[in-house]
Design a protein around this ligand. Structure first.
Ligand code: CTP
Length: 402
């Protein structure tokens, strides 16, 4: 069931680290490619030599070791999933707060793959309010948590906080891959994300503040549910490589339009999350425009092509088309107008009055469907919002029902 998967295991300092020996052995036996990274505290509990022998890969622990600095970015992109087990109280707190003082944490912070953690700690630590706060933060960041069980603890006491057994961790991983696979397996999804830049001259452009986070979260969500994903990504500061996603980097609205039309006929679902510029300069100056005396230059703008509308005009009955509407006033009316004018099946409304801000990690949305439903959601992380959007599409689309 897990054959061919790539799993990156991060071990932090807990007595439960000894269980990872049998976890690695069982995973490798199932045909999983395993790589292991450890904190230095973890090395006190389990030998890197044993783990590298079993995983058939070098075990990495030192952030400053030769070749390791490049690896910390590569590893989170290589893996289908990163599993941090055991997750100690200390590593949990650091992850929740974005600390980056060892290799495991820097891999976690740069990981573009889904992350699962299996906490292990004594009962009192497990029930401490700060542990719960930190776990909530991790959940908001989209991290999945394998709840620890009840049993004998390192302290000799019986209680909660015992890391799940390797066999059960494997069942969790199998369920994770299967559950997600089921929902969008065999489907092709096109996603746009980020802004577009419309050149004025070789050094200037018209752009906007879109960070690309919402579209990237959607692309990852669809990938995690088994879809084949093409992400057409405008110029963003975020990484442009995501494991299991085909990324097409574009700059202008014309390039985004062409990339979307190259792929649209082949896809089942198109999610247009990009903030495409509405206007571009009529003429792009080949040379840098110089200041000319006291005269104020005038820039003549022309409309860009409306990508969503153009896809709405050619979509067939089996294709699902979703657009966004970022509004500051008359939100509902404007969102419904976009739904109709662009022939979309769904419009996701973001209102700047609801606290939506560019670059934020959270979003509050309302989804309008062609069938007339209007579904409001609370403010959530963009990972959770992406999941809500995909669930809504699945719930309201007969052709995608499984
Ligand atoms: N969109 C598009 N191509 C454009 C402009 C917008 O594909 N040239 C898409 C966006 O990706 C989004 C939806 O249309 O999914 C709505 O974008 P928005 O900027 O809110 O609406 P506009 O149609 O541009 O209308 P306005 O700016 O007047 O609100």
């Amino acid at each position: 069931m897990l054959e061919g998967k790539k799993i990156l295991i991060g071990i932090s300092g807990s007595i439960a680290a000894y269980k990872i020996i049998s976890l690695v052995r069982l995973l490798v036996k199932q045909g999983v490619e395993v790589k292991v990274i450890m904190t230095s505290a973890a090395k006190d509990f389990v030998s890197p030599l044993v783990l590298s022998t079993l995983s058939k890969n070098e075990v990495l622990a030192d952030i400053f070791a030769e070749n390791t600095w490049a690896n910390h970015v590569q590893l989170g992109r290589w893996a289908d999933v990163m599993l941090i087990a055991p997750l100690s109280c200390n590593t949990l707190a650091k992850m929740a707060n974005g600390h980056c003082d060892n290799l495991l944490l820097s891999v976690y912070l740069s990981a573009t793959c889904p992350v699962i953690v299996a906490p292990a700690m004594d009962e009192d630590m497990w029930h401490h309010p700060s542990t719960h706060r930190n776990l909530e933060l991790l959940k908001k960041d989209g991290v999945m948590i394998i709840q620890p069980g009840h049993g004998e603890l390192a302290s000799g006491l019986f209680g909660d906080g015992r890391m799940e057994e390797p066999e059960n961790i494997i069942t969790y991983l199998s369920n994770y891959f299967n559950k997600n696979k089921g929902r969008l397996a065999g489907k092709k999804v096109l996603v746009t994300a980020g802004p577009t830049h419309e050149a004025i001259d070789p050094v200037r452009f018209i752009g906007n503040h879109s960070s690309g986070k919402m579209g990237i979260a959607l692309a990852k969500e669809c990938r995690d549910r088994g879809a084949e994903v093409v992400l057409v990504l405008g110029p963003v500061a975020l990484p442009a490589e995501y494991a299991g996603i085909t990324v097409i980097k574009v700059t202008s609205s014309d390039e985004m339009y062409n990339a979307c039309h190259d792929h649209f006929k082949k896809v089942d679902i198109a999610l247009m999350a990009a903030a495409v510029a509405d206007y571009k300069p009529e003429v792009v100056s080949e040379q840098k425009i110089k200041k000319a005396g006291d005269a104020t230059p005038e820039l003549k703008l022309v409309k860009t092509k409306d990508i969503l509308k153009s896809l709405g005009a050619i979509k067939n009955d089996r294709q699902v088309l979703l657009g966004f509407a970022l509004e500051t006033n008359n939100e509902r009316a404007n969102a419904l107008e976009k739904l109709n004018k662009k022939n979309a099946d769904f419009i996701v409304l973001n209102s700047l009055n609801d606290g939506a801000t560019f670059g934020s990690d959270v979003n509050k949305i309302t989804i309008f469907t062609r069938s007339g439903a209007e579904i409001q959601f609370d403010s959530k992380s963009k990972t959770e919002v992406a999941s809500d959007i995909v669930n809504t599409i699945l719930d309201h689309t007969k052709t995608l029902s499984i």
